[in-house]
Design a protein around this ligand. Structure first.
Ligand SMILES: Nc1nc2c(c(=O)[nH]1)N[C@@H](CN(C=O)c1ccc(C(=O)N[C@@H](CCC(=O)O)C(=O)O)cc1)CN2
Ligand SMILES: NCC(=O)N[C@@H]1O[C@H](COP(=O)([O-])[O-])[C@@H](O)[C@H]1O
Length: 186
């Protein structure tokens, strides 16, 4: 990857880790009363200055502003810990998702990676993996099973993005071309 930049909601372990690796960190949105205003337009300018090509969300809990969506069309993806469109949207994040899945009696769950549009979790689905929901699962046990697949799926999708193996079906569904078999799209 030529360049990287971390966008965080707040200063946390991830921000410290990134700084230690020499990766620029931007806190967005700024806390109320912060010394300097940093608008969505400022964020786009900053990302362009760092030559950022893709934006990968993971546990980012605020709505990405439309200015960023427009500036990074088909270049912002998010990972969500359920099989969207089920258990997605405002209020569905972290353990809330897994608790809702278990309470529903669903027998399967799993991560979804989707393109980010103006609303929460309504962007085009790019990839999913399925895990079983066991009868006696706690939300924490299900979360761990889903997270294990998230970590594998995000790596595979990032590789496909960087290697330009994403194509778009006529109906607007994004497909990933297999690295092993160029005739296989998922
Ligand atoms: N424009 C978009 N922004 C974001 C998306 C998206 O699809 N489009 N995905 C989210 C990630 N996400 C689910 O994957 C998600 C994150 C947070 C929420 C939510 O309800 N947040 C609360 C605030 C929570 C807090 O501040 O602690 C809220 O908005 O009331 C739903 C889904 C990232 N951004
Ligand atoms: N709707 C968004 C959402 O729930 N995202 C989820 O947050 C976790 C990452 O958080 P962490 O890396 O901060 O622990 C991941 O499980 C991701 O699917």
């Amino acid at each position: 990857m030529d360049s990287a930049c971390l966008i965080m909601l707040s200063d946390c372990g991830g921000a410290e880790f990134a700084r230690d690796k020499g990766i620029p960190v931007i806190l967005f949105p700024r806390r109320k009363g912060a010394q300097e205003v940093f608008s969505a337009e400022d964020l786009v300018i900053a990302l362009r200055s760092y030559r950022v090509d893709f934006i990968l969300l993971a546990g980012y809990l605020k709505l990405i502003p439309v200015e960023l969506i427009k500036a990074y069309r088909k270049a912002i993806v998010n990972i969500h810990p359920s099989l969207l469109p089920a258990f997605g949207g405002k209020g569905y994040y972290g353990m809330k998702v897994h608790k809702a899945v278990i309470a529903s009696g669903a027998r399967y769950s799993g991560p979804t990676i989707h393109y980010v549009d103006e609303e929460y979790d309504t962007g085009r689905i790019l990839a999913q993996r399925v895990v079983p929901v066991l009868a006696k699962d706690t939300a924490e046990e299900l979360a761990a099973r889903v997270l294990d697949e998230e970590h594998k799926l995000y790596v595979a999708v990032c590789a496909a993005l960087c290697e330009e193996r994403i194509s778009w079906r006529e109906d607007g569904v994004p497909l990933i071309q297999s690295k092993q078999d160029p005739n296989d799209y998922r």
